[in-house]
Design a protein around this ligand. Sequence first.
Ligand code: SF4
Length: 289
Amino acid sequence: MTNRPKLPRLSPSRINTYLSCPMKYYFQYEVGAPTIPHVAMLRGTFVHSVLERLMARKPQDRTNEAALNDFTEAQQEMSRDEQFVMLALSDAECEEFWESSRECLRAYYRIEHPRDANVVAIEKWVTAQLGEFEVAGFIDRLERDSQGLVVVDYKAAKPKKAQWSTDYLRQLTLYALMCEAQMNETPHHVRIYYLGGGKDEHTRDERVVAQSVTSATLDSVREDARRVFSGLNTARASDDFATNVTKLCDWCDYKQWCPAHGGDIAKAKAEATVMVQLRRREVGLPESA
Ligand code: SF4
C-alpha cells in the first residue's frame, strides 16, 4: 500500500480566524503566542463536555439523574484542569461559573429533551481534500432526522440572529462539506444552539439558528477555504499578515503587540510567555515547558 503524502491541513476554526484577521492568525498559529484563558471560553468547553457525556449515552439513559452525574463528573475534571486553575477565580466567582453553566444547560433543556436527539456521532473526526490541502476537524454532534443528517454545535453565548452568525455557520458548513467527502452523504442543515444569555430571556426560536446546506453554501465555504490557503501562502512568503481593525480588537488577546495599535510584533511570544508563566506561578502551577 502506498502512503499518500501528507497535505497541509486547515481546520474550520483556523479558517475563521484568518478570515476575521490575518494578523490574529499570525499571533495565534504562526508565532504561537500563549494566552491566559477566559471565563467565557472555559464555560463553553465545560458545557460541551457535559453534553458530550450525556449524548454518549443511549437515548433512554439520558435521564435527569444521568445529566446531574455527568455535570458532577465534568465539574471534577474541570476543577483540576490547568486552564481552569489559571482563571484564579474566587469562591464566589467559581460558584458563578458553575451557576452560569447550569443556566446554559437549562437553556438546552428548553430547546429539546436529550433523549429526543437522534445522535449519529459525537466528536467525529472528518476531513476533505481540497486540491493541494485538506480541511479537517471534529464535529461536535451529528444527528439524523427524517430528512437526513444535521450538523449541530452548541454555543454558550447569547443568541445571535442568522445574519450575525455567519462565522459559526461557515464553520458548520465546512463540517457538512467534510461529511459529504467522507461519508458520501451531505447533511441537509447545519444548526447552532445558543445556550447563553441568562435565564428565560430568549425564546426557543431565538436560541436555535439553522441554515440549509445547498450547493451554493458548500461552494461558498470551499471558496473561503481556498482563499485562506492561498492568502496564507502569500502572507508567509512575504512575511506580511494584514490587520483587520474592528471593534472586536478590544477583545483580542494580542492587541498590545498588534502593529495596528502601535505594538511590536517581535515581542509577542516572549512577553506573552512571561505573562502566562507569572499567572501559573500566582496560582501555584509548575512552569510550563
Ligand atoms: S488587535 Fe485587531 S487588528 Fe490586531 S491582531 Fe487583534 S483583531 Fe487583528
